[in-house]
Design a protein around this ligand. Structure first.
Ligand code: IPE
Ligand code: IPE
Ligand code: MG
Length: 248
């Protein structure tokens, strides 16, 4: 297991890794348990992955924890997820402080239950001075929500005469998104064998390397993250150019 970690080229680390944490429900089902049991057991994977990323020197880790579409799940599951969120954030503040990790969030967090919202704001505030890594929680997030919001804000500015539509380019648009100031993820991981994006960071993953693993999220450990990074490092990122151009 230690071999995996030492196979990583620390000079070629992705600066930002984004993860679609999926498969909690199926994990619980294996044991004949309810879906919530799977979510509870996903917390350890969050802690391990966060620690592993910080230890390696990854600068940003974004975790998709709750999508705008997830409100459509049975009420008991949604409530349990929100409760778990509050207790996890409260418990993990110490880990974040010990590891010098800053917490931040993307998504429509004001629409979370007020207890969740406040717990989150408190953790964001307490960890705001930390510098080793930024952990971004995507909560009540969807990429289309974010892009529509950005389009509205830019249109509003233009209407007021504060923005020339001709000036809108990639950078202006990026800066209107909730990920403003965060570099685009170079590596996106999805667990549980599903090969889709489910409305996550659509703009930001334009050139991300996608990595899909059958591992269910509650089983995800440091070694799984190492594996994904090693795979990432074996790829040639061409950005539209040819292999020959990259070599010269
Ligand atoms: C991911 O696991 C966690 C959330 C979406 C909140 P799921 O709950 O989607 O688990 P599966 O995909 O049904 O197994
Ligand atoms: C995506 O997982 C959302 C999160 C991981 C929070 P889902 O399980 O909700 O996605 P679909 O429904 O399978 O696409
Ligand atoms: Mg799922």
């Amino acid at each position: 297991m230690k071999d995996l970690k030492s196979s990583i080229n620390l000079n070629k680390l992705p600066e930002h890794i984004a993860i679609i944490m999926d498969g909690n429900g199926r994990w619980a089902k294996q044991f004949g348990r309810i879906r919530i049991f799977g979510h509870q057991n996903g917390v350890k994977a969050v802690r391990e992955t966060t620690e592993a990323a910080a230890e390696l020197g990854v600068k940003y880790l974004t975790l998709y924890a709750f999508s705008t579409e997830n409100w459509g799940r049975p009420e008991a599951e949604v409530n349990a997820l929100m409760t778990l969120l509050v207790s996890t954030i409260r418990k993990e503040i110490k880990t974040l402080m010990d590891n010098n990790i800053r917490l931040t969030a993307i998504g429509d967090i004001e629409k979370l239950p007020s207890k969740c919202h406040h717990e989150l704001l408190d953790a964001i505030d307490k960890t705001k001075g930390n510098t080793r890594m930024t952990l971004v929680l995507a909560l009540n997030y969807s990429a289309r929500w974010e892009m529509v919001k950005a389009a509205k804000e830019l249109a509003e500015k233009a209407k007021l005469g504060n923005l020339d539509p001709e000036m809108i380019d990639d950078e202006v648009f990026s800066n209107a998104l909730s990920t403003k100031g965060i570099p685009d993820p170079e590596l996106m991981i999805r667990t549980s064998g599903e090969a889709r994006i489910s409305n996550f960071l659509l703009w930001q993953i334009a050139y991300a390397e996608l990595y899909f693993t059958e591992t269910l999220w509650p089983d995800f450990r440091k070694e799984h993250l190492y594996q994904a990074i090693i795979d990432f490092q074996s790829r040639e990122r061409r950005f539209g150019k040819t292999s020959e151009q990259l070599a010269s």
